[in-house]
Design a protein around this ligand. Structure first.
Ligand SMILES: *Cc1c(COP(=O)(O)O)cnc(C)c1O
Length: 437
């Protein structure tokens, strides 16, 4: 589901009028719906209820403290990819004991921090990494819980930059080398406790087939590891795709929104019906690491129209949100629905919606049908809750946007807009340094 809909011609998030919110906090502004996050978490949690399971939200999708707090309060765990993300989870009230630590390049400092905090498991991506974890654990007099990430060599059929489960991707240990790698680690690394196996084949998967293919391929390996190393869990990763084209009419609140979905909807019903029967016989704890599914549809980026420019080839709608605020369109060819906060029935025209940044890649949408807008109008860029703010930068020395979490009729400011002073924080003129390097 999603919680953005027109009420009497004005776009609301839950029961909050977005125009009023934009006036109060300025634009660009990220707005999230707590209702959507809660609904999506519960859907997945219930879908998997026949299994001993834990939903570990992938923090990198949206790491605002209040979002993490929401997930923690729902009983979720977290999949982290850095020491910084672990720090955030702990600040937000999450438990280290429900955290898995992914990523191909963990540093010694991050490993020490995670061990000291007592995370549930390191999901290691190479033997070399496991040997370092073993060393660090030995130095700290601790035992480190570990799993290996298997690369099943399955095509996730998604954008090439978010496909992670093929042999040519940098992720995981090759399928046919995993058993040997576990045996070597078990023999050589006294400070490791082998706890599980993990995989994650890619992001924004809109078909169930690659999930099934990977699960079927890997379950015999899981059985073998259970027998040889007594593993406790199997993590099937994240990657559940969302629909980026939504219906915004109050009457239609079906989860997948509209009828015009080009992406074939992958519902939790489909996901659970296909995967639970494959996973149940393992009699292990099953972990999931959804990021986008949890927060993608829950967020919108609100942006004001600054200028309209009619060029020879195209008409440009220049808005105050740029690629520094939302990089998905240029990085992944991501498609975001754009809709005015005041509903219009006028005939749509073909435009490019572009930002203020000095880059030709700075666009939100190209060749898009949009009802005519004028300077001063406000637009919602939908389904921007995942990989939106977390990928934002200060490029062009632009302050990062504010973020608001809506809960029913309440709107909470969960991040202040950066100030000009924030933009130069920590910088020093030569001669004025706090200390010389
Ligand atoms: C990014 C990532 C996820 C989350 O992917 P989504 O497509 O957002 O669900 C899960 N697990 C790992 C290891 C990741 O790197």
């Amino acid at each position: 589901m999603h919680s953005f809909r027109y009420v009497q011609g004005r776009l609301n998030c839950e029961s909050v009028d977005l125009e009023a919110l934009a006036e109060k906090h300025g634009t660009p502004l990220y707005v999230y719906s707590k209702e959507t996050i809660t609904d999506h978490f519960k859907r997945l949690d219930h879908g998997m209820e026949r299994l001993d399971h834990l939903v570990c939200y992938a923090v990198k999708a949206n790491s605002n403290l209040a979002i993490l707090q929401t997930i923690a309060e729902l009983g979720g765990g977290f999949d982290i990819v850095s020491g910084g993300e672990l720090f955030r989870v702990l600040k937000a009230g999450g438990q280290a004991g429900k955290c898995t630590f992914a990523g191909v390049g963990k540093t010694r400092g991050e490993i020490e921090y995670a061990l000291q905090q007592g995370i549930y498991c390191f999901n290691a991506e190479s033997e070399a990494e496991l040997r370092l974890i073993d060393q660090v654990a030995g130095d700290l007099g601790k035992k480190a819980p570990v799993a290996m990430r298997v690369n099943p060599n399955v095509d996730a059929k998604t954008h090439k930059y978010i496909s992670t489960g093929k042999s040519e991707n940098k992720f995981g240990v090759d399928f046919d080398r995993v058993l040997d790698a576990y045996a070597a680690i078990a023999k050589d690394c006294p400070n490791l406790e082998i706890r599980g196996l993990q995989m994650h084949i890619g992001s924004q998967l809109t078909s169930i087939d690659p999930f099934v293919e990977a699960a079927k391929k890997v379950t015999p390996l899981v059985e073998a590891l259970k027998e040889r190393h007594n593993i406790q869990f199997f993590s099937i990763g994240g990657g559940i795709g969302i629909v980026y084209r939504e219906s915004l009419d109050s009457g239609d609140q079906s989860w997948w929104g509209g009828k015009s979905d080009e992406e074939r909807p992958l519902t939790i019903g489909t996901y659970a019906n296909a995967l639970v029967p494959i996973l149940e016989p393992l009699k292990l704890r099953i972990l999931m690491e959804p990021g986008r599914f949890m927060v993608g549809n829950a967020g919108a980026l609100i942006s004001k129209v600054l200028y309209i420019k009619q060029g020879n080839a195209k008409k440009f709608v220049i808005v105050d949100a740029g690629m520094n605020d939302l990089i998905r369109p240029v990085l992944y060819e991501g498609w975001h629905q754009i809709t005015p906060l005041q509903k219009s029935e006028a005939k749509p025209e073909l435009v490019d919606v572009v930002g203020p940044i000095c880059e030709s890649g700075d666009f939100i949408a190209q060749d898009r049908e949009l009802t005519p807008v004028v300077a001063g109008d406000t637009l919602a860029i939908l389904s921007a809750g995942a990989y939106g703010f977390t990928m934002a930068s200060n490029y062009n020395t632009r302050p990062m946007p504010a973020e608001v979490l809506v809960d029913g009729k309440d709107a909470h400011l969960i991040r202040e807009r950066q100030t000009l002073d924030d933009l130069i924080k920590g910088e020093h003129l030569v001669g004025e340094s706090a200390e010389e390097a």
